[in-house]
Design a binder for this molecule. Sequence first.
Ligand SMILES: Nc1ncnc2c1ncn2[C@@H]1O[C@H](COP(=O)(O)OC(=O)CCCC[C@@H]2CCSS2)[C@@H](O)[C@H]1O
Length: 381
Amino acid sequence: LDALSDAAGGALVFQSVSTDVYRNLAAEDWLHQNLQPAQEALLLWRNSPAVVIGRHQNPWQECDLRLMRERGIKLSRRKSGGGSVYHDLGNFNMTFFTSRQAYDRRRNLETVLAALKRLRPSLDVSATDRHDLLLSGAFKVSGTAAKIGRTSAYHHCTLLCRSDRTALSSALRSPYWGIRSNATPSVPATVKNLCEEDPTLTCDVVMGAVAEEYTRCHGQPNRVLLIDPDNHLTLPGVNKCAEELRSWEWVYGKTPKFSVSHCFTVDYNLSRAEVKLNMVVNRGSIESCNIEMLSDWLPAELCHQLASNLIGARFCPTETTVLASAHLRAWPRQDDELQNRQRQIPIHYVQTSDTERRGEVVQHFPDHPNPVPRVHAGLDV
Ligand SMILES: Nc1ncnc2c1ncn2[C@@H]1O[C@H](COP(=O)(O)OC(=O)CCCC[C@@H]2CCSS2)[C@@H](O)[C@H]1O
């Protein structure tokens, strides 16, 4: 890197050859750690479908994890604060590295605006006070976040060129409710793609224009260096960092402590019961759990035992399903009716219908002679 920056004699422009969100975030982190603080650089990168949540966010509150899993949309947590955004190959990201003193989000956004102006003079894109970029004064095309270190800093932002807007809004809609936390909430906006204004605009065209404008502003020849975040020889330690960013402990485990309070009605074989579920989830694991039955539909002891079995489990359905099933098997009375009733408790409470979201808290389960175990405490992972 030192040789590179000596040769370039100033600012550097990198473009990642990877579309893996964890590898790209690791490369970004690597550059932040390893560039000389005074070295200015720009990293351009794109990801295959992913949601990137802010450092202090709760993924269960921000996105539809089940839908994301079904559609292969990855979930990642970045190191900067702020809200949740959706990425795919129709969106690209820019990371502006500077020293802490030279950190200036407005100047970076001016570079992006100037690039767009040169490219398509008629495009109406402007920056807001919170550093979003708006198209036609109303539609968000870019969101901003930043990380400020002791001596160096970076500002990164997105740019929507031709993303799948339907996937964006469905991935960023949480179907879960009853969660209380101090996690940073996102600020939802109406988004648009640049290509909706001008169909000839692709990520490649816009990225090229930003690189050109950035080098021009820095009095440099327009040269883009390809960077491979998979190459630990060029970026020593980058693989370990990517694995950390991919780990459950980072993505889910860093969620600020939260509580889940849920009250619902279960119907089974013509009998009905009210169930209250209260949980505290800390570092992604169930710290306390209480299941209350407002009738003798299930013995209090069974509820209590089930709740205590879940303590310490990761708040994810795979783990809690195993625990709940084990609890069923260990229950001494081979009472089919009781077992079937316990299986009805949707501790894993994925709520999708609008009535439920409005708070009518009614959940019906089809009467099934041989219900599959469905008791698990994670919302969905
Ligand atoms: N890709 C993208 N670009 C712009 N706006 C988006 C995008 N995806 C979603 N949104 C909208 O922004 C809000 C959230 O806005 P909010 O202001 O809460 O959050 C942000 O903007 C964070 C930007 C982070 C940028 C980083 C750069 C590299 S890695 S991620 C969301 O609810 C959508 O309405």
